[in-house]
Design a protein around this ligand. Structure first.
Ligand code: NAD
Ligand code: MN
Length: 509
């Protein structure tokens, strides 16, 4: 707490404060009464090796070409570890291990036995949850509150959920003969590293497939800790293989001839490259791509509840969320009041140290993503939109971005159409439900949307007309292993999660 506030607080407790005091030192600043003392989570007990190899056939191994790269902590730019850069030789070795494990072990096990391994993995994620949460925040910049309360518990929940399906596939697909697909190549992004791994690996293993997974280059450490968990759980060697590296490594997985299915989560641009590469082959694929979710607030909504929902929709995980509600559409009659409340609420958001338990918004994941967001903020200004950023302090080092909103935007603006993948919200108004739906659907994407209203009938009507895979009503960014997730239009192909999430990993004969 600053000395000013201390003085002000003393004056407040020693009798009635004098807001008009001529003494500047005693000036009352109510906002800073609510400054939180720092409450950092400790990273002392967490061991991150100085170097990691690939995890192939049950062991950590050196990369064939010996090339390494680093992963940094985006909150302070310190190097956390060195990682192996996967080449096509490494990928080939991993695919051979996965094929071997598939033929000789995994596909021959009963569903019940497979389920036991997956349950064990889920429990071990829970046992190591604090370490995994801290690691996720260190390597990726997300606030510890989110890694601790969202990412890691959900990752465990997906493993528990799909473990439960392993011996019940006959009930999932009654009257059909269910066979695994084979060896799956899986490529994941950096925004929810362990959670995306869980979305990929849990259903694949439950249905009898083996995997070669590549985490994103900026956030690979929890995947390598997950490899330790597979080893410690006694999972047969080769069932799960983890290859680290960037786009070229991913491309080596996509183009390997002995992979039966590709599961990709990432940008629409790379999704298209993958779709091109696989066209004409019989490799199955699912693509979870970008989004530009519309969050619609009708005038009969509870405004305070909607403001919380808007904050959660766009500022959760620094806005690095494919299904973020990054386009706010608010009915004209309440727009002014809602935007005022939204700005007030933005002022209370704490941006800073990801390991501090009070932090709401952590570090932007990487320098390149930080620059991309800055570029979009400039594009917005140049397009003539009106910008408002919260006045919070941000750390000097590392990649931090203040929560940002743009008003006075139009449908054709780039900041309204393109995915920014940062804490940047555009705000438009509408008069009628039909106009809201038309604006919401006027997008190349179709991943998520939100509706805020007091009327159930409006939820059903608007929800049915929305071209998006997920529609949240009076809430946002809620995830559950039993619920399918995926996109329309350029947001992707296929569904993950729930019963639907089993389909891409089975052949029904
Ligand atoms: P990206 O597509 O560049 O990277 C995603 C992954 O693909 C990384 O592991 C990367 O190394 C790998 N990759 C890059 N080039 C490749 C290539 N040519 N072949 C194979 N693999 C390649 O995406 P990004 O910018 O790092 O991540 C953010 C994007 O991911 C956003 O657009 C976001 O919407 C999307 N995303 C979507 C979902 C979803 O579920 N729909 C979830 C999270 C992120
Ligand atoms: Mn990192």
């Amino acid at each position: 707490m600053s000395t000013d506030t201390k003085a002000a607080k003393e004056s407040a407790t020693n009798g009635s404060p004098k807001p008009t005091s001529p003494n500047a030192d005693l000036k009352l600043d109510f906002a800073s009464f609510w400054e939180y003392s720092s409450a950092p989570e400790s990273s002392e007990k967490v061991t991150i090796e100085s170097l990691y190899g690939h995890f192939i056939d049950g062991d950590f191994v050196k990369p064939a070409k010996g090339r390494m790269f680093t992963s940094v902590n985006p909150a302070n730019e310190e190097v956390l570890t060195e990682l192996a850069e996967g080449t096509s030789e490494d990928v080939d070795r991993a695919v051979k291990a996965a094929r071997n494990a598939y033929n000789k072990k995994w596909r021959t096990l009963s569903g019940k036995e497979r389920g036991k391994y997956i349950f064990r993995i889920a429990r071990m994620i829970q046992e190591r949850s604090r370490e995994l949460a801290i690691t996720e925040s260190l390597d990726g910049g997300k606030p510890i509150r989110e890694s601790r309360d969202v990412d890691i518990p959900l990752a465990a929940a997906y493993f528990f959920y799909y473990a439960g399906w392993a011996d019940k596939l006959d009930y999932a697909f009654p009257g059909r003969n269910v066979e695994p697909v084979g060896v799956c190549g899986q490529i994941i992004p950096w925004n929810f590293p362990l959670l995306m791994l869980a979305w990929k690996i849990a259903p694949a293993l439950a249905t009898g497939n083996t995997v070669v997974l590549k985490p994103a280059e900026t956030t690979s450490i929890t995947a390598l800790k997950f490899a330790e968990i597979c080893r410690d759980a006694g999972l047969p060697a080769g069932v799960v293989n983890i290859i680290t590296g960037a786009g070229q490594t991913g491309s080596a997985i996509v183009n390997h001839s002995d992979i039966d299915k590709i599961a990709f989560t990432g940008s629409t641009k790379v999704g298209k490259i993958i779709q091109n590469a696989l066209a004409g082959s019989d490799t199955k694929y699912t693509l979870e791509l970008g989004g530009k979710g519309a969050n619609i607030v009708f005038e009969d909504a509870s405004i305070d509840q909607a403001v919380e929902g808007i904050i959660n929709a766009i500022f959760f995980n620094q806005g690095h969320v494919c299904c973020a509600g990054s386009r706010l559409l608010v009915q004209e009659g309440i727009a002014e009041r809602l935007i005022t409340k939204l700005k007030d609420r933005m002022e209370t958001l704490i941006v800073g140290d990801p390991l501090d338990k009070n932090t709401d918004i952590g570090a932007i994941n990487s320098k390149s993503q930080f620059e991309r967001i800055e570029e979009y903020i400039n594009i917005g200004k140049n397009e003539g939109a009106e910008i408002y950023q919260s006045s919070c302090s941000i750390p000097e080092n590392g990649y931090f971005c203040r929560p940002t909103i743009f008003t006075g935007v139009s449908q054709s603006n780039r900041i309204v159409q393109e995915e920014i993948f940062g804490p940047v919200l555009t705000i438009q108004t509408f008069r009628t439900p039909a106009e809201a739906i038309e604006k919401a659907n006027n997008s190349q994407y179709g991943l998520s949307s939100g509706i805020w209203t007091d009327r159930g009938s409006k939820i059903f009507q608007a929800g049915a007309e929305m071209d998006s895979g997920v529609v949240w009503a009076n809430t946002f960014n809620k995830f559950d292993p039993t619920s399918p997730f995926g996109g329309y239009k350029e947001s992707g192909v296929g569904r993950e999660g729930g019963l639907h999430g089993l389909y891409p990993y089975v052949n029904l004969v």
